[in-house]
Design a protein around this ligand. Structure first.
Ligand code: VG1
Ligand code: CO
Length: 550
């Protein structure tokens, strides 16, 4: 690579963008919006102003490979140089999964990283793009920081950049621009090494190579393809082709890179068809979510967190025990039962990984997870899709039991928390907000009222006080607790880019061994009726049924 000459760093006028409030996981908008003059730059400069001074600092940069990833990386490199950074680590080809970015930030003691992704949202010229800043612990910026970034976006008048020709992103190596060293790094290696240090690769390799165990990993043409190939096929010896849809594409092959039973249909066909595979897994656009399947068997993410917690001692990285666990509020209480039995603390946080950061940093928890197919631990500060898959493979290798048996035995021991989430997507935003507003106005009167034959015992609007820094977060979802042990949560998504998405979470505990094998929607049918009657979902959304059920 050649050494580039910087012309003067320049100040360019920009306008304030009032719509740049980061949601649950950074700023997500249509690509076309990010392509507006100054739009991306405005947000990036707001980040740099917030963490200023940038002089002398190290930054990590990469994304999930979606449309506009490469262009955005060139823009951000020029701005980072102009803002005084002295070292930038960029994933080769502009690629870094969210967990790998977290790993690289921590390993290299960078001041943070910029990750380009809209996660599970579709990609392409007319689809979504996203950007988020992760701090020096490798985790998503806490509310305090995202609020400060947002304030900057409202008042900024200029951003700094330089004129430079595009950096060659595909070749490993180093290029110097003015004071700044730019390393194009292998996006996979550090992460793969970390995984190898945590799990029993010897036992897992035996499982994958010496019996008739068959596995399929669906990377959904998203970022995890290269990671899964390196780890599952190369280091663990799974047959070539075990990773399907393994090449990251800018539009994810036209698919929806969300690992659930609806979107990962190719994988589902292999696990549920004739001659089904033993194990299947998928991850999302940026590689932080996971879905794990056994032979004709689906593992709910809430159960997954509970089962990983109950069996953590079987994994080398957690053999000495775990400090505590946390789950997002809408996640079922399955893990709470395990934590109680293990006599370790269990925290309930608002939705979004950023709320786990302080608990992980303070050593209060080791494992954490969300119902939305996110699971992780203190090895990094993001949820980690492949990590969860490897955790399951390690468990299967040492327990020598199929997935379904591990899960069913867990239910026999702890009882089963039936769980489902009903999403109403792209509904009229005003109507959705009005529904929540009216609902909140009546929660004080709900306790002891009966809906669809079930009595409500308590109701509240969830708020959270961070046990570490005491910061308070309010309005994180309305919850209803029911007499039959059920719970219903209503909340609006913070990651959608079109209208509003209403999420209704329903869960109910069942201990009777004869009733552990029901179909989930059937087991929760009473609660589903209660949810409809109490909130008037049909009336406000105009929908007869949810768009996505997970
Ligand atoms: C969703 C999920 C949440 C997750 C977030 C980011 O948020 O519900 O649990 O943390 O996506 O995941 P919301 O506000 O739309 O419900 V990802 O894979 O985008 O980083
Ligand atoms: Co994601």
């Amino acid at each position: 690579m050649t050494t580039e000459q910087v012309k003067q760093s320049k100040q360019i006028k920009t306008q304030a963008f009032t719509d740049q409030k980061p949601g649950t996981s950074g700023l997500r908008k249509k690509v076309t919006q990010f392509q507006q003059t100054g739009y991306l730059e405005n947000f990036v400069q707001a980040v740099f102003n917030t963490i200023a001074p940038c002089t002398g600092k190290k930054l990590v940069l990469g994304g999930d490979g979606r449309f506009y990833n490469r262009e955005a990386i060139q823009v951000i490199i020029c701005m980072a140089v102009a803002n005084g950074f002295t070292h930038i680590l960029v994933g080769q080809g502009g690629i870094l999964s969210t967990p790998a970015a977290s790993c690289v930030i921590r390993k290299n003691q960078a001041c943070g990283g910029i990750i380009l992704s809209a996660s599970h949202n579709p990609g392409g010229p007319d689809e979504d793009f996203g950007i988020k800043f992760n701090g020096e612990n490798g985790g998503p910026a806490p509310e305090k920081l995202t609020e400060a970034i947002f304030q900057q976006t409202l008042s900024m008048e200029q951003y700094l950049s330089i004129d430079a020709t595009d950096i060659e992103l595909d070749q490993l190596g180093t290029v110097q621009i003015a004071q700044c060293k730019i390393d194009i790094i292998d996006p996979v290696n550090d992460y793969a090494d970390l995984m190898e240090s945590m799990f029993d690769f010897t036992a897992m390799k035996r499982l994958l190579t010496q019996g008739d165990f068959r596995l399929c990993f669906d990377a959904m043409h998203a970022v995890n393809g290269p990671y899964a190939k390196e780890i599952l096929e190369k280091r663990l010896g799974a047959p070539a082709g075990s990773v399907i849809n393994g090449v990251p594409l800018t539009d994810f092959g036209g698919g929806h890179p969300d690992p659930n039973l609806v979107h990962a249909h190719e994988l589902v066909a292999l696990l549920y068809g004739d001659d089904p595979f033993d194990f299947g897994a998928a991850s999302d656009g940026d590689g932080d979510r996971n879905m794990v399947l056994g032979k004709q068997f689906y593992i709910n993410p809430c159960d997954s967190l509970a089962i990983l917690t109950a069996n953590a001692n079987l994994i080398p990285a957690y053999a000495e025990g775990i400090a505590g666990v946390a789950r997002s509020m809408p996640t079922s209480r399955a893990v709470d039962r395990v934590a109680k039995a293990m006599n370790i603390p269990c925290y309930e946080t608002p939705t979004g990984w950023k709320f786990f950061g302080n608990l992980l940093d303070a050593g209060k928890i080791t494992l954490c997870g969300e119902e939305s197919f996110g699971t992780g631990s203190d090895h990094i500060r993001e949820k980690d899709g492949l990590w969860a898959v490897l955790f399951w493979l390690n468990l299967i290798a040492v327990k020598k039991q199929p997935v379904s048996e591990i899960v069913k035995n867990h239910w026999l021991q702890y009882g089963r928390d039936y769980f489902t989430r009903h999403d109403y997507e792209a509904v009229d935003s005003d109507n959705a907000h009005e529904m929540i507003r009216q609902f909140k106005a009546k929660i004080a009167d709900l306790p002891s009222q009966v809906f669809a034959g079930v009595k409500i015992t308590s109701a509240d609007d969830f708020q959270y006080i961070d046990p570490v820094d005491k910061s308070k977060t309010t309005e994180q979802g309305v919850r209803l607790y029911l007499e039959n042990g059920g719970r219903i949560v209503f909340r609006l998504s913070g990651t959608g880019t079109q209208g509003a998405t209403l999420r209704v979470y329903l869960d109910c505990y069942q201990q009777d061994p004869a009733l552990l094998a029901q179909e989930t929607q059937q087991a929760l049918s009473k609660l589903i009726q209660v949810a409809e009657t109490v909130a008037g979902i049909k009336q406000f959304t105009g929908r007869e049924k949810p768009d996505v059920i997970t």
